[in-house]
Design a protein around this ligand. Structure first.
Ligand code: SF4
Length: 465
């Protein structure tokens, strides 16, 4: 039987919707985010409100961890809360559903709390499915101290079929973490390189045996005690198969008993210099900014033949012009789609913004010249991003947030600076019952202690937990 005209039209309309570059809800959320940014953040380099509405994270789900970090961002009650799969799935469902309703689709969402691998593989997988169902791109934040069997059980269904075509995880490795099975008390970052590599190797095995693709980030907390080793870690991680190396200068947040060293704030510049020393090149960042530069710094590029190259040359006006055209034309277009759908979406954008075609061709030519054709073809190129995310201290966040809640702009310069950063925040957590999102700094500094006390009542540890 031949399909009716109505059925054909409906199918054509569905395909048209699928290849839409930006979902209307996402477009509306981007516009709102841009509107809400402080004036100083609305620059040509700004990605918030133009390319993305920012990252998201879960909270109040599984605060317990089985390693000990010094420092630890979690309130001291966290360790006495039971990790519970059903609670996690229900909370994540509510939080992600809310985020979908106010922030559109296709945003990066961290499955984060204490240690995610304390969830059973089945519960972990159910949670990722819930996040995807709400149009999020989940990444599981872990210390990575689990075995291949756990990863395999996460990626596959009980019948052995593939549950996920790809997985994204961020492995947190640094010498401030105590209790890792292979290296319980690392004396330096170098002692953890084997564990950093073992983490990637598990995913490589999963890809080889079950065709599950992966995208991995490496996280490291930085304190005055290990800042001198950031260059070495950068150098090592670049050769291990991670797609992102992210460094977080430690903020004074969480369990005060977990600070064993003198506290001294770390300058974001000092961390960045170390990363550049490890990468062996300058890492331009100011031309692509996520939120406030006091919070975030990112350098986006590619590694080929062991060398890193920025996608955009910040001192080349033609590259900056290409950036402007790209952001104006593609906006929040999601490129993580099946190849045919992605190509159709790109063609739709190009037909509306034809100037993007020669700009893209010119950029591709310049980039190829910079990297070298031989290196691009033979150097096993892959994308690599460097990030520093500098959380704020709790004693700065609290007064800034409380004043914001009263609608006040602080007069004290330090508090006002914190308010500006919170206003330009690129990493939020959802509170569906209160119909709001809050910056992760506020969550950890202000809301976590009370939330964990409530979780303690709801999910007390029981014997064997
Ligand atoms: S969570 Fe805090 S440090 Fe991070 S972007 Fe938001 S305000 Fe800045």
């Amino acid at each position: 039987m031949r399909p009716s005209i109505t059925a054909l039209l409906r199918r054509a309309s569905e395909q048209w919707q699928r290849t839409r570059p930006v979902h209307p809800d996402t477009d509306a959320a981007l516009k709102r985010r841009w509107h809400d940014l402080p004036d100083a953040a609305r620059t040509d380099a700004q990605l918030l409100g133009r390319r993305t509405v920012g990252c998201e994270g879960t909270h109040g789900v599984f605060p317990r961890c089985n390693l000990a970090c010094t420092p630890c961002y979690h309130a001291k009650e966290a360790q006495r809360v039971r990790t519970d799969g059903d609670h996690t799935v229900a909370q994540v469902d509510a939080q992600m559903g809310y985020l979908r309703s106010v922030r559109g689709t296709g945003q990066h969402a961290q499955l984060i709390g204490g240690e995610v691998s304390l969830l059973s593989a089945e519960d972990h997988a159910r949670t990722l499915e819930v996040m995807r169902a709400h149009g999020r791109k989940p990444i599981s934040m872990t210390h990575g101290d689990f075995d291949y069997h756990y990863l395999q059980s996460l990626a596959l269904r009980p019948d052995g079929g593939r549950r996920f075509a790809s997985l994204r995880m961020a492995g947190h490795f640094d010498s401030l973490m105590l209790g890792r099975r292979a290296v319980p008390r690392p004396q330096g970052e170098g002692e953890l390189h084997g564990e950093r590599r073992r983490f990637v190797a598990m995913f490589e095995r999963l890809a080889a045996e079950h065709s599950v693709a992966f995208d991995l980030a490496h996280n490291m907390t930085v304190t005055p005690g290990n800042v001198g080793e950031v260059a070495e870690v950068t150098r090592a991680v670049m050769g291990m198969g991670y797609g992102m190396a992210s460094f977080q200068p430690a903020a004074h947040v969480g369990n005060p008993a977990r600070w064993r060293e003198d506290y001294r704030p770390l300058d974001i510049d000092a961390v960045w210099e170390q990363i550049e020393a490890g990468a062996g090149t300058q890492l331009p960042w100011a031309h692509l900014q996520m939120g406030d530069p006091r919070c975030n710094r990112s350098a986006y590029g590619l590694i080929a033949d062991g060398r890193w190259f920025a996608w955009l040359e910040d001192r080349d006006a033609r590259d900056l012009r290409a950036r402007d055209l790209f952001l104006a034309a593609f906006g929040g277009t999601d490129f993580d789609r099946p190849p045919v759908v992605r190509t159709a979406a790109i063609l739709r954008v190009a037909s509306r913004h034809p100037a993007i075609v020669p700009a893209a061709a010119g950029w591709a030519l310049r980039f190829t010249r910079r990297v070298g054709l031989r290196r691009l073809l033979r150097g096993r190129p892959r994308a690599m991003t460097f990030v520093v995310h500098a959380f704020m201290d709790a004693d700065v966040v609290r007064p800034a947030w409380e004043a914001m809640q009263r609608g006040e702009v602080a007069e004290d310069p330090e508090t006002r600076a914190a308010q500006e950063r919170l206003q330009a925040c690129s990493y939020v957590m959802a509170h569906p019952q209160e119909n709001r999102t809050v910056p992760a700094c506020v969550q950890h500094s202000v809301l976590d202690p009370e939330e964990n006390t409530e979780l303690l009542q709801l999910l007390p540890m029981h014997a064997g937990a």
